[in-house]
Ligand binder design. Structure first.
Ligand code: ARG
Length: 461
């Protein structure tokens, strides 16, 4: 039997494999709410424009509400023969209200219908991500405020570099996630134009009111070009790009958590709630949530890459290739959402081991730059000379297998006789961080100020 929605010219129904490759209902059923909202807005507009009768419009709206309830109650039967969510709903509408159902699709195509539904879904998802990012930023800023003055090693090349504070490290991620949040907001703003009424590709001869449907669905305006309206997917690509960049940040933090909670580092304690054990090694407490956040990044990048490749060669306007946009978006965006939730939980629960951090902060000659700066400031040495003198003192410390502040003054004076014991004052990690008062630097007062600024912005404190 040929398809009732489009089969007028067909003598035969589809091959089983055709149905298999063509049907999207298994995943696009996720769009049922958006599809029903779009259809209701469309038919109300058709009635207002006297394209369909008020009576038929009322029947259609009533039928759509009944279908919404059936789907939410789990009593709706989805059919692969009906391909996708749009035709499943329309067919059921016919069963429920009879011939009036056939008027719903006036001045509309599945092409503008699916673009609209999908935009509504992506828009809702971006709203959720924005909220989740705010929650993660809040968790990080709270940790930062609580540990604004707790020193830890700062690294470059994963080698001891200079002491920083744990709060400063947390605040670095607040800045990254704030930019992610602003990318999400930008994407939402840019995508908020309604494709409905573009019809198949050329617009329609019916006197529709696209501004009315756009407004009812919460869009800022209708899309200005019908070809573009039905055939672009840059709104999904942009959402996935924002998700991918956010995933980079999540993954870097996850990687640090994995390193930090190892026995060798021992920088933080992760809560039991976000760890797992081993079936053979009784001592194990593994940071699985962090590892999975790191791994989800692969799926998120994959979704973005997948959709870019699907879209890159398509001539205007719609091609069925574009049906492959949905699984990419569903998978990529729900992965980043889950990763954000897991990261927020981990951050809230983690506790820095402040004593371990402080000890580690002083190892690896981390205050060598403070020594060089002292030589510049107090002895008036050019920085390049100070760098060299300090390097020689570090070499002495390496030779003696001791920390920098344990090198005897006489040995330092053998390198440069002008050095006095005042130098020891700058060799402590606390002094070191307190001296970094330049804007954006790690001085605890700075960090506290930044943390409070964000807490305020996020509605706390
Ligand atoms: N399921 C389709 C999709 O997701 C709906 C649009 C179908 N349009 C068409 N002309 N066959 O892309």
């Amino acid at each position: 039997m040929s398809n009732r929605m489009w089969g007028g010219r067909f003598a035969e129904g589809p091959d089983a494999i055709m149905e298999e490759i063509n049907a999207s209902i298994d995943y696009d059923r996720k769009l049922y709410r958006q599809d029903i909202a779009g259809s209701k807005a469309h038919v109300r507009m058709l009635a207002a424009q006297q394209i369909v009768s008020a009576d038929d419009a009322e029947k259609i709206v009533g039928g759509l509400d009944a279908i919404l309830k059936e789907i939410e109650d789990g009593t709706f039967t989805f059919s692969r023969a009906l391909e996708d969510i749009h035709m499943n709903i329309e067919a059921r509408l016919g069963e429920l209200i009879g011939p009036a159902a056939g008027r719903l699709h006036t001045a509309r195509s599945r092409n503008d219908q699916v673009a609209t539904d999908f935009k509504l879904w992506v828009r809702d998802t971006l709203d959720t991500l924005e909220q989740q990012l705010s929650e993660l930023m809040l968790a990080l800023a709270e940790k930062a405020d609580a540990h604004a003055g707790d020193v830890m090693p700062g690294f470059t090349h994963l080698q001891s570099a200079q002491p920083v504070t744990f709060g400063h490290h947390m605040m670095a991620y607040v800045e990254m996630f704030a930019r992610d949040r602003s990318r999400v907001r930008d994407a939402r703003k840019r995508m908020n134009e309604c494709p409905l009424g573009s019809a198949a590709l050329a617009g329609t001869s019916f006197p529709i009111d696209r501004k009315a449907t756009a407004a009812e669905l919460g869009f800022d305006r209708p899309t200005a070009n019908s070809l573009d309206g039905v055939s672009d997917r840059d709104f999904v690509i942009e959402a996935l790009s924002a998700a991918a960049i956010c995933a980079v940040h999540l993954s870097r933090l996850a990687e640090e958590i994995v390193i930090w909670c190892s026995a060798q580092f021992g920088f933080i304690k992760l809560s039991d709630k976000f760890s797992t054990g081993s079936s053979i090694m009784p001592q194990k407490k593994n940071p699985d949530a962090a590892e999975l956040v790191r791994a989800k990044t692969g799926r998120i990048f994959g979704s973005l890459q997948g959709l870019l490749v699907v879209m890159k060669g398509l001539p205007l306007a719609y091609s069925k290739d574009m049906q492959e946009d949905k699984e990419q978006a569903f998978d990529g965006l729900s992965s980043v959402s889950l990763a954000l939730a897991a990261m927020t939980g981990m951050v809230k629960d983690l506790e820095p081991n402040t004593k371990v951090l402080k000890k580690a902060a002083g190892s690896g000659y981390s205050t060598a730059t403070d020594l060089a700066d002292w030589l510049v400031r107090v002895l008036g040495m050019p920085f390049r000379d100070a760098h060299h003198v300090t390097g020689r003192i570090v070499a002495l410390a390496v030779e003696r297998n001791c920390e920098l502040h344990k090198v005897p003054l006489e040995d330092m004076q053998a390198v440069d006789p002008k050095i006095t014991d005042e130098v020891f004052q700058v060799l402590s990690v606390d002094k070191s961080v307190r001296s970094r008062v330049s804007y954006g630097g790690t001085a605890p007062a700075n960090v506290r100020k930044q943390a409070r600024r964000w807490l305020k912005e996020l509605g706390k404190a």
